[in-house]
Design a protein around this ligand. Structure first.
Ligand SMILES: NC(=O)C1=CN([C@@H]2O[C@H](COP(=O)(O)OP(=O)(O)OC[C@H]3O[C@@H](n4cnc5c(N)ncnc54)[C@H](OP(=O)(O)O)[C@@H]3O)[C@@H](O)[C@H]2O)C=CC1
Ligand SMILES: N[C@@H](CC=O)C(=O)O
Ligand code: NA
Length: 444
Protein backbone atom coordinates (compact mmCIF):
# COMPACT_ATOMS: atom_id res chain seq x y z
CA UNK A 1 0.00 0.00 0.00
CA UNK A 2 1.78 3.17 -1.16
CA UNK A 3 0.97 6.62 0.16
CA UNK A 4 1.13 9.21 -2.58
CA UNK A 5 2.99 12.43 -1.85
CA UNK A 6 2.37 15.58 -3.88
CA UNK A 7 5.43 17.79 -3.42
CA UNK A 8 4.99 21.52 -4.04
CA UNK A 9 8.49 22.95 -4.59
CA UNK A 10 11.81 21.34 -5.50
CA UNK A 11 14.25 23.95 -4.19
CA UNK A 12 16.50 23.61 -1.13
CA UNK A 13 13.97 21.84 1.11
CA UNK A 14 12.00 20.08 -1.65
CA UNK A 15 15.17 18.54 -3.08
CA UNK A 16 16.29 17.35 0.38
CA UNK A 17 12.85 15.83 0.89
CA UNK A 18 12.85 14.06 -2.48
CA UNK A 19 16.36 12.71 -1.78
CA UNK A 20 15.24 11.08 1.47
CA UNK A 21 12.09 9.64 -0.12
CA UNK A 22 14.15 8.24 -2.99
CA UNK A 23 16.67 6.59 -0.62
CA UNK A 24 14.71 4.79 2.09
CA UNK A 25 17.36 2.15 2.98
CA UNK A 26 18.30 2.04 6.68
CA UNK A 27 15.65 4.60 7.59
CA UNK A 28 12.21 3.79 9.04
CA UNK A 29 10.63 0.92 7.01
CA UNK A 30 7.44 2.95 6.55
CA UNK A 31 9.40 5.19 4.14
CA UNK A 32 9.30 2.36 1.63
CA UNK A 33 5.55 2.84 1.43
CA UNK A 34 5.80 6.48 0.31
CA UNK A 35 5.77 7.44 -3.34
CA UNK A 36 6.66 10.82 -4.84
CA UNK A 37 3.61 11.02 -7.08
CA UNK A 38 3.76 14.60 -8.46
CA UNK A 39 6.18 17.51 -7.95
CA UNK A 40 5.15 21.11 -8.62
CA UNK A 41 7.75 23.69 -9.68
CA UNK A 42 7.90 27.05 -11.41
CA UNK A 43 10.24 26.04 -14.24
CA UNK A 44 10.38 22.72 -16.10
CA UNK A 45 13.68 23.73 -17.74
CA UNK A 46 15.73 24.07 -14.56
CA UNK A 47 18.23 21.23 -14.05
CA UNK A 48 17.29 19.02 -11.06
CA UNK A 49 19.64 16.92 -8.95
CA UNK A 50 17.05 14.26 -8.03
CA UNK A 51 16.07 11.78 -10.74
CA UNK A 52 12.31 11.96 -11.35
CA UNK A 53 10.20 10.38 -14.08
CA UNK A 54 9.29 12.95 -16.76
CA UNK A 55 5.55 12.84 -15.96
CA UNK A 56 6.14 13.64 -12.27
CA UNK A 57 7.16 17.31 -12.68
CA UNK A 58 4.51 19.91 -13.42
CA UNK A 59 4.02 23.65 -13.21
CA UNK A 60 0.32 23.16 -12.50
CA UNK A 61 0.36 23.05 -8.70
CA UNK A 62 -3.42 23.23 -8.44
CA UNK A 63 -3.67 19.92 -10.30
CA UNK A 64 -1.61 18.33 -7.49
CA UNK A 65 -3.64 19.63 -4.55
CA UNK A 66 -6.90 18.61 -6.22
CA UNK A 67 -5.75 15.20 -7.52
CA UNK A 68 -7.87 12.47 -5.86
CA UNK A 69 -4.89 10.08 -5.86
CA UNK A 70 -2.70 12.33 -3.66
CA UNK A 71 -2.76 11.51 0.06
CA UNK A 72 -0.29 14.05 1.46
CA UNK A 73 0.59 17.49 0.08
CA UNK A 74 4.00 18.87 1.06
CA UNK A 75 4.23 22.64 0.63
CA UNK A 76 7.83 23.85 0.34
CA UNK A 77 7.49 26.65 -2.21
CA UNK A 78 7.67 29.38 0.48
CA UNK A 79 6.18 32.90 0.40
CA UNK A 80 2.60 33.82 1.28
CA UNK A 81 0.80 33.27 -2.05
CA UNK A 82 0.13 30.93 -3.73
CA UNK A 83 1.32 28.85 -0.75
CA UNK A 84 -1.62 29.79 1.50
CA UNK A 85 -4.24 29.16 -1.20
CA UNK A 86 -2.69 25.86 -2.22
CA UNK A 87 -2.65 24.65 1.39
CA UNK A 88 -6.31 25.63 1.82
CA UNK A 89 -7.24 23.96 -1.45
CA UNK A 90 -5.43 20.78 -0.45
CA UNK A 91 -7.33 20.74 2.85
CA UNK A 92 -10.61 21.33 1.05
CA UNK A 93 -9.83 18.27 -1.08
CA UNK A 94 -9.24 16.12 2.00
CA UNK A 95 -5.43 16.04 1.79
CA UNK A 96 -3.17 16.03 4.82
CA UNK A 97 -0.56 18.77 4.58
CA UNK A 98 3.06 19.13 5.65
CA UNK A 99 4.62 22.57 5.38
CA UNK A 100 7.91 24.28 6.27
CA UNK A 101 6.35 27.70 5.73
CA UNK A 102 6.52 29.65 9.01
CA UNK A 103 5.49 32.89 7.29
CA UNK A 104 2.17 31.38 6.18
CA UNK A 105 1.53 29.52 9.45
CA UNK A 106 2.30 32.54 11.65
CA UNK A 107 -0.07 34.73 9.61
CA UNK A 108 -2.80 32.34 8.50
CA UNK A 109 -2.54 29.57 11.10
CA UNK A 110 -6.01 30.36 12.41
CA UNK A 111 -7.63 30.01 8.98
CA UNK A 112 -5.54 26.93 8.02
CA UNK A 113 -5.96 24.95 11.26
CA UNK A 114 -9.67 25.75 11.49
CA UNK A 115 -10.14 24.47 7.92
CA UNK A 116 -8.04 21.38 8.69
CA UNK A 117 -10.01 20.58 11.84
CA UNK A 118 -13.29 20.93 9.96
CA UNK A 119 -11.99 18.72 7.15
CA UNK A 120 -10.53 16.13 9.54
CA UNK A 121 -7.01 16.38 8.14
CA UNK A 122 -3.62 17.09 9.67
CA UNK A 123 -1.36 20.06 8.93
CA UNK A 124 2.09 19.30 10.35
CA UNK A 125 4.79 21.96 10.62
CA UNK A 126 7.94 20.53 12.26
CA UNK A 127 10.24 22.11 9.65
CA UNK A 128 8.72 25.58 10.06
CA UNK A 129 10.52 26.28 13.35
CA UNK A 130 14.19 25.55 13.95
CA UNK A 131 14.46 23.43 10.76
CA UNK A 132 15.74 19.97 11.61
CA UNK A 133 15.50 20.36 15.38
CA UNK A 134 12.53 18.46 16.77
CA UNK A 135 10.66 21.10 18.73
CA UNK A 136 7.09 21.17 17.42
CA UNK A 137 6.50 17.48 18.10
CA UNK A 138 8.03 17.59 21.62
CA UNK A 139 5.79 20.57 22.45
CA UNK A 140 2.72 18.72 21.16
CA UNK A 141 3.56 15.28 22.52
CA UNK A 142 6.59 14.54 24.69
CA UNK A 143 6.19 17.59 26.94
CA UNK A 144 2.40 17.70 27.05
CA UNK A 145 2.21 16.62 30.71
CA UNK A 146 3.98 19.83 31.74
CA UNK A 147 2.70 23.23 32.69
CA UNK A 148 5.04 25.31 30.55
CA UNK A 149 6.39 28.67 31.69
CA UNK A 150 8.93 29.83 29.14
CA UNK A 151 10.10 29.05 25.65
CA UNK A 152 13.32 30.87 24.75
CA UNK A 153 15.09 30.30 21.49
CA UNK A 154 17.85 31.26 19.15
CA UNK A 155 15.69 30.44 16.14
CA UNK A 156 17.33 32.45 13.38
CA UNK A 157 20.61 31.09 12.05
CA UNK A 158 21.51 34.11 9.92
CA UNK A 159 21.48 36.58 12.82
CA UNK A 160 23.24 34.12 15.12
CA UNK A 161 25.95 33.70 12.48
CA UNK A 162 26.35 37.48 12.19
CA UNK A 163 26.44 38.06 15.96
CA UNK A 164 28.89 35.17 16.47
CA UNK A 165 31.28 36.62 13.89
CA UNK A 166 30.94 40.11 15.33
CA UNK A 167 31.82 38.58 18.73
CA UNK A 168 34.81 36.54 17.58
CA UNK A 169 36.25 39.06 15.10
CA UNK A 170 35.29 42.36 16.69
CA UNK A 171 33.84 43.40 13.30
CA UNK A 172 30.85 45.66 12.84
CA UNK A 173 27.40 44.62 11.62
CA UNK A 174 27.62 45.94 8.04
CA UNK A 175 30.95 44.25 7.33
CA UNK A 176 29.81 40.86 8.61
CA UNK A 177 26.41 41.12 6.87
CA UNK A 178 28.10 41.86 3.53
CA UNK A 179 30.42 38.90 4.00
CA UNK A 180 27.53 36.63 5.06
CA UNK A 181 25.67 37.63 1.88
CA UNK A 182 28.74 36.90 -0.22
CA UNK A 183 29.06 33.45 1.38
CA UNK A 184 25.35 32.68 0.92
CA UNK A 185 24.52 32.63 4.65
CA UNK A 186 22.35 35.74 4.38
CA UNK A 187 19.79 36.54 1.67
CA UNK A 188 20.34 39.43 -0.76
CA UNK A 189 17.38 41.07 1.02
CA UNK A 190 18.22 40.27 4.64
CA UNK A 191 15.22 42.05 6.16
CA UNK A 192 13.26 38.97 7.27
CA UNK A 193 16.25 37.70 9.20
CA UNK A 194 18.12 40.75 10.53
CA UNK A 195 15.02 42.72 11.48
CA UNK A 196 13.60 39.81 13.45
CA UNK A 197 10.56 39.00 11.26
CA UNK A 198 11.57 35.36 10.77
CA UNK A 199 12.20 34.88 14.51
CA UNK A 200 8.88 36.56 15.31
CA UNK A 201 7.02 34.14 13.02
CA UNK A 202 8.74 31.22 14.71
CA UNK A 203 8.16 32.30 18.31
CA UNK A 204 4.50 33.04 17.53
CA UNK A 205 4.16 29.42 16.39
CA UNK A 206 6.02 28.03 19.42
CA UNK A 207 4.02 30.20 21.84
CA UNK A 208 0.79 28.99 20.33
CA UNK A 209 1.77 25.35 20.90
CA UNK A 210 3.35 25.86 24.32
CA UNK A 211 0.46 27.85 25.75
CA UNK A 212 -2.44 26.39 23.82
CA UNK A 213 -3.90 29.49 22.15
CA UNK A 214 -3.53 31.39 18.90
CA UNK A 215 -1.16 34.36 18.68
CA UNK A 216 -1.77 37.55 16.70
CA UNK A 217 1.53 38.20 14.95
CA UNK A 218 1.32 42.04 15.13
CA UNK A 219 1.21 41.71 18.95
CA UNK A 220 4.64 40.05 19.01
CA UNK A 221 7.22 42.66 20.04
CA UNK A 222 10.03 42.61 17.48
CA UNK A 223 13.48 44.20 17.30
CA UNK A 224 16.32 43.13 15.01
CA UNK A 225 20.10 43.34 15.25
CA UNK A 226 21.04 46.16 12.86
CA UNK A 227 21.71 48.56 15.75
CA UNK A 228 24.17 46.25 17.54
CA UNK A 229 27.72 47.59 17.32
CA UNK A 230 31.12 46.00 17.82
CA UNK A 231 31.46 48.27 20.88
CA UNK A 232 28.26 46.85 22.46
CA UNK A 233 29.57 43.35 21.96
CA UNK A 234 32.99 44.20 23.41
CA UNK A 235 31.48 45.89 26.51
CA UNK A 236 29.08 42.99 27.03
CA UNK A 237 31.99 40.58 26.74
CA UNK A 238 33.97 42.44 29.42
CA UNK A 239 30.97 42.24 31.73
CA UNK A 240 30.61 38.49 31.20
CA UNK A 241 27.81 38.52 28.60
CA UNK A 242 27.25 37.61 24.98
CA UNK A 243 24.62 39.29 22.79
CA UNK A 244 22.08 36.99 21.15
CA UNK A 245 18.85 37.59 19.24
CA UNK A 246 16.44 35.81 21.58
CA UNK A 247 12.86 34.89 20.81
CA UNK A 248 10.93 34.47 24.03
CA UNK A 249 7.42 33.40 24.95
CA UNK A 250 6.63 33.57 28.62
CA UNK A 251 3.58 32.90 30.72
CA UNK A 252 2.81 35.91 32.89
CA UNK A 253 3.68 35.05 36.49
CA UNK A 254 0.67 36.77 38.14
CA UNK A 255 -1.64 34.82 35.88
CA UNK A 256 -0.06 31.65 37.19
CA UNK A 257 -1.05 32.50 40.74
CA UNK A 258 -4.69 32.08 39.78
CA UNK A 259 -4.39 29.07 37.58
CA UNK A 260 -7.97 29.23 36.29
CA UNK A 261 -7.56 32.69 34.77
CA UNK A 262 -6.73 32.84 31.07
CA UNK A 263 -2.99 33.05 30.47
CA UNK A 264 -1.37 36.38 29.80
CA UNK A 265 1.74 35.95 27.73
CA UNK A 266 4.77 37.96 26.73
CA UNK A 267 5.96 37.11 23.24
CA UNK A 268 8.97 39.05 22.02
CA UNK A 269 12.07 39.07 19.82
CA UNK A 270 14.99 41.33 20.65
CA UNK A 271 18.77 41.29 21.13
CA UNK A 272 19.59 40.29 24.70
CA UNK A 273 22.72 40.20 26.86
CA UNK A 274 23.07 36.63 28.09
CA UNK A 275 25.42 35.61 30.90
CA UNK A 276 28.17 33.47 29.35
CA UNK A 277 27.10 30.62 31.63
CA UNK A 278 23.53 30.55 30.26
CA UNK A 279 22.79 27.38 28.23
CA UNK A 280 21.96 29.47 25.13
CA UNK A 281 25.16 31.56 25.33
CA UNK A 282 27.31 28.88 23.70
CA UNK A 283 25.02 28.37 20.68
CA UNK A 284 27.12 29.85 17.91
CA UNK A 285 27.19 30.24 14.15
CA UNK A 286 24.16 29.17 12.15
CA UNK A 287 22.98 26.76 14.84
CA UNK A 288 19.63 27.12 16.61
CA UNK A 289 18.53 26.06 20.08
CA UNK A 290 15.27 26.21 22.01
CA UNK A 291 15.15 26.13 25.81
CA UNK A 292 11.81 25.13 27.32
CA UNK A 293 10.99 25.50 31.00
CA UNK A 294 8.05 23.92 32.72
CA UNK A 295 6.69 22.03 35.66
CA UNK A 296 7.69 19.37 36.51
CA UNK A 297 10.32 18.92 33.78
CA UNK A 298 12.47 21.91 34.75
CA UNK A 299 14.64 22.91 31.81
CA UNK A 300 15.05 21.02 28.56
CA UNK A 301 17.03 22.29 25.58
CA UNK A 302 16.88 21.30 21.93
CA UNK A 303 19.94 22.12 19.81
CA UNK A 304 20.92 21.55 16.19
CA UNK A 305 20.72 22.76 12.60
CA UNK A 306 17.88 25.24 12.14
CA UNK A 307 18.08 25.28 8.36
CA UNK A 308 19.67 23.62 5.34
CA UNK A 309 18.44 21.12 2.79
CA UNK A 310 19.02 17.83 4.65
CA UNK A 311 18.17 18.95 8.20
CA UNK A 312 14.96 20.71 7.14
CA UNK A 313 13.97 17.75 4.96
CA UNK A 314 14.51 15.49 7.98
CA UNK A 315 11.72 17.39 9.75
CA UNK A 316 9.48 17.41 6.65
CA UNK A 317 9.82 13.67 6.12
CA UNK A 318 9.19 12.88 9.79
CA UNK A 319 5.91 14.78 9.47
CA UNK A 320 5.04 12.84 6.31
CA UNK A 321 5.76 9.58 8.15
CA UNK A 322 3.60 10.62 11.09
CA UNK A 323 0.68 11.08 8.73
CA UNK A 324 1.42 7.87 6.82
CA UNK A 325 1.48 5.97 10.12
CA UNK A 326 -1.99 7.24 10.99
CA UNK A 327 -3.28 6.45 7.49
CA UNK A 328 -1.83 2.98 7.72
CA UNK A 329 -3.74 2.23 10.92
CA UNK A 330 -6.97 3.66 9.48
CA UNK A 331 -6.71 1.92 6.11
CA UNK A 332 -5.52 -1.42 7.43
CA UNK A 333 -9.06 -1.86 8.82
CA UNK A 334 -7.10 -1.62 12.07
CA UNK A 335 -6.28 -5.33 12.37
CA UNK A 336 -3.10 -7.37 12.07
CA UNK A 337 -3.09 -10.83 10.45
CA UNK A 338 -3.49 -12.34 13.95
CA UNK A 339 -6.73 -10.41 14.42
CA UNK A 340 -5.29 -7.97 16.97
CA UNK A 341 -5.64 -4.22 16.37
CA UNK A 342 -3.04 -2.68 14.05
CA UNK A 343 -0.87 -0.21 15.98
CA UNK A 344 0.59 3.08 14.84
CA UNK A 345 3.99 1.94 13.43
CA UNK A 346 5.77 5.03 14.75
CA UNK A 347 4.45 4.69 18.29
CA UNK A 348 4.53 0.91 18.63
CA UNK A 349 7.82 -0.98 18.98
CA UNK A 350 7.24 -3.92 16.73
CA UNK A 351 10.76 -4.87 15.58
CA UNK A 352 11.18 -8.62 15.34
CA UNK A 353 14.87 -9.16 14.63
CA UNK A 354 17.92 -8.80 16.88
CA UNK A 355 20.61 -6.35 15.83
CA UNK A 356 24.20 -7.54 15.61
CA UNK A 357 26.34 -5.81 18.22
CA UNK A 358 30.08 -5.73 17.53
CA UNK A 359 32.44 -6.74 20.36
CA UNK A 360 34.25 -3.95 22.20
CA UNK A 361 37.57 -5.26 20.79
CA UNK A 362 36.51 -3.90 17.41
CA UNK A 363 35.93 -0.38 18.72
CA UNK A 364 38.25 2.19 17.18
CA UNK A 365 38.98 4.95 19.67
CA UNK A 366 41.74 6.96 21.31
CA UNK A 367 43.10 5.96 24.73
CA UNK A 368 44.67 7.68 27.70
CA UNK A 369 46.95 5.43 29.79
CA UNK A 370 48.85 6.30 32.96
CA UNK A 371 51.56 3.91 34.14
CA UNK A 372 54.05 3.86 37.01
CA UNK A 373 57.43 2.49 35.93
CA UNK A 374 61.01 2.20 37.17
CA UNK A 375 62.70 5.51 36.47
CA UNK A 376 65.38 3.96 34.28
CA UNK A 377 66.68 4.70 30.78
CA UNK A 378 64.76 3.12 27.91
CA UNK A 379 61.38 2.65 29.65
CA UNK A 380 59.54 5.10 27.45
CA UNK A 381 61.17 3.60 24.37
CA UNK A 382 60.08 0.10 25.41
CA UNK A 383 56.50 1.25 25.86
CA UNK A 384 56.48 2.95 22.48
CA UNK A 385 57.94 -0.09 20.74
CA UNK A 386 55.41 -2.46 22.29
CA UNK A 387 52.48 -0.26 21.26
CA UNK A 388 53.99 0.02 17.77
CA UNK A 389 54.31 -3.78 17.49
CA UNK A 390 50.55 -4.00 18.00
CA UNK A 391 49.77 -1.30 15.47
CA UNK A 392 48.90 1.21 18.19
CA UNK A 393 50.03 4.60 17.04
CA UNK A 394 50.81 7.16 19.75
CA UNK A 395 49.84 10.81 19.76
CA UNK A 396 52.02 11.60 22.80
CA UNK A 397 54.03 9.87 25.50
CA UNK A 398 55.41 11.92 28.39
CA UNK A 399 56.87 11.42 31.83
CA UNK A 400 54.83 13.78 33.99
CA UNK A 401 56.80 13.32 37.21
CA UNK A 402 57.69 10.97 40.00
CA UNK A 403 55.25 9.21 42.32
CA UNK A 404 56.33 6.75 45.07
CA UNK A 405 59.86 6.89 43.58
CA UNK A 406 58.52 5.69 40.26
CA UNK A 407 58.23 7.51 36.97
CA UNK A 408 54.67 8.46 36.13
CA UNK A 409 54.15 8.20 32.36
CA UNK A 410 51.06 9.32 30.43
CA UNK A 411 50.34 8.00 26.94
CA UNK A 412 47.68 9.28 24.53
CA UNK A 413 47.09 7.10 21.47
CA UNK A 414 45.73 7.99 18.06
CA UNK A 415 42.55 6.19 16.98
CA UNK A 416 43.38 2.51 17.37
CA UNK A 417 41.54 -0.80 17.46
CA UNK A 418 40.68 -1.61 21.06
CA UNK A 419 41.70 -5.28 20.68
CA UNK A 420 45.21 -4.28 19.54
CA UNK A 421 45.52 -1.75 22.33
CA UNK A 422 44.51 -4.30 25.00
CA UNK A 423 47.04 -6.87 23.69
CA UNK A 424 49.80 -4.26 23.89
CA UNK A 425 48.72 -3.28 27.38
CA UNK A 426 48.75 -6.90 28.55
CA UNK A 427 52.36 -7.24 27.39
CA UNK A 428 53.29 -3.90 28.93
CA UNK A 429 51.80 -4.89 32.31
CA UNK A 430 54.10 -7.91 32.33
CA UNK A 431 57.28 -5.83 31.68
CA UNK A 432 59.74 -6.03 34.48
CA UNK A 433 60.08 -2.27 34.82
CA UNK A 434 56.34 -1.56 34.96
CA UNK A 435 54.94 -1.32 38.48
CA UNK A 436 51.31 -0.44 37.77
CA UNK A 437 49.03 0.51 34.94
CA UNK A 438 47.21 3.11 37.04
CA UNK A 439 44.44 4.07 34.67
CA UNK A 440 43.11 3.46 31.19
CA UNK A 441 40.43 5.73 29.77
CA UNK A 442 38.94 6.13 26.31
CA UNK A 443 39.38 9.58 24.72
CA UNK A 444 36.73 11.06 22.42
N1 LIG B 1 16.04 26.68 3.09
C1 LIG B 1 15.99 26.36 4.39
O1 LIG B 1 17.02 26.01 4.99
C2 LIG B 1 14.70 26.41 5.13
C3 LIG B 1 13.53 26.74 4.49
N2 LIG B 1 12.35 26.73 5.17
C4 LIG B 1 11.11 27.06 4.49
O2 LIG B 1 10.89 26.10 3.45
C5 LIG B 1 10.19 26.70 2.37
C6 LIG B 1 10.98 26.44 1.09
O3 LIG B 1 12.24 27.05 1.18
P1 LIG B 1 13.42 26.72 0.14
O4 LIG B 1 13.41 25.29 -0.21
O5 LIG B 1 14.64 27.30 0.74
O6 LIG B 1 12.97 27.58 -1.12
P2 LIG B 1 13.62 27.58 -2.59
O7 LIG B 1 13.49 28.97 -3.10
O8 LIG B 1 14.94 26.92 -2.59
O9 LIG B 1 12.63 26.62 -3.43
C7 LIG B 1 11.33 26.99 -3.75
C8 LIG B 1 10.75 25.95 -4.71
O10 LIG B 1 9.39 26.25 -4.93
C9 LIG B 1 9.14 26.43 -6.31
N3 LIG B 1 8.20 27.55 -6.41
C10 LIG B 1 8.26 28.73 -5.77
N4 LIG B 1 7.19 29.49 -6.09
C11 LIG B 1 6.45 28.77 -6.97
C12 LIG B 1 5.25 28.99 -7.67
N5 LIG B 1 4.58 30.13 -7.55
N6 LIG B 1 4.79 28.02 -8.48
C13 LIG B 1 5.47 26.87 -8.62
N7 LIG B 1 6.62 26.58 -7.97
C14 LIG B 1 7.10 27.52 -7.15
C15 LIG B 1 10.45 26.73 -6.96
O11 LIG B 1 10.42 26.25 -8.28
P3 LIG B 1 11.68 26.32 -9.28
O12 LIG B 1 12.64 25.28 -8.73
O13 LIG B 1 11.15 25.93 -10.59
O14 LIG B 1 12.22 27.71 -9.19
C16 LIG B 1 11.41 25.92 -6.07
O15 LIG B 1 11.49 24.60 -6.53
C17 LIG B 1 10.04 28.18 2.74
O16 LIG B 1 8.78 28.36 3.31
C18 LIG B 1 11.13 28.39 3.78
O17 LIG B 1 10.83 29.43 4.70
C19 LIG B 1 12.28 26.37 6.49
C20 LIG B 1 13.42 26.03 7.17
C21 LIG B 1 14.73 26.09 6.56
N1 LIG C 1 16.38 32.25 7.34
C1 LIG C 1 16.29 31.27 8.37
C2 LIG C 1 16.34 29.87 7.84
C3 LIG C 1 15.02 29.26 7.74
O1 LIG C 1 14.24 29.15 8.66
C4 LIG C 1 17.48 31.43 9.33
O2 LIG C 1 18.39 32.22 9.07
O3 LIG C 1 17.44 30.77 10.37
NA1 NA D 1 11.87 21.80 13.76
Amino acid sequence: MAFKVGLLGLGTVGTGTAEILANPAQRHPLLQELEIYRVGVRSLEKPRTVPLASNVLTTDLESIVTDPAVDIVVEVIGGLEPARSLILQAIAHGKHVVTANKAVIARYGDEIFTAATNAGVYVLIEAAVAGGIPVIEPLKQSLCANRLYTVTGIVNGTTNYILTRMQTEGSDFDTVLADAQRLGYAEADPTADVDGFDAADKIAILASLAFGGRIKLPEVHREGIRQITAADIAYADKLGFVIKLLATAQRNVEADETINQPDRLQVRVHPTLLPKTHPLASINGVYNAVLIEGDPIGQVMFFGPGAGSGPTASAVVSDILNIAAILKVERGAAVQPNGQPLLDPLLACSHQHYCTITPIDELVTRFYVRVLAQDSPGVIGKLGTCFGNHNVSLESIVQIGLRDNRAEIVVITHHVREGNFRQALEEISAFEGIATVSSVLRVL
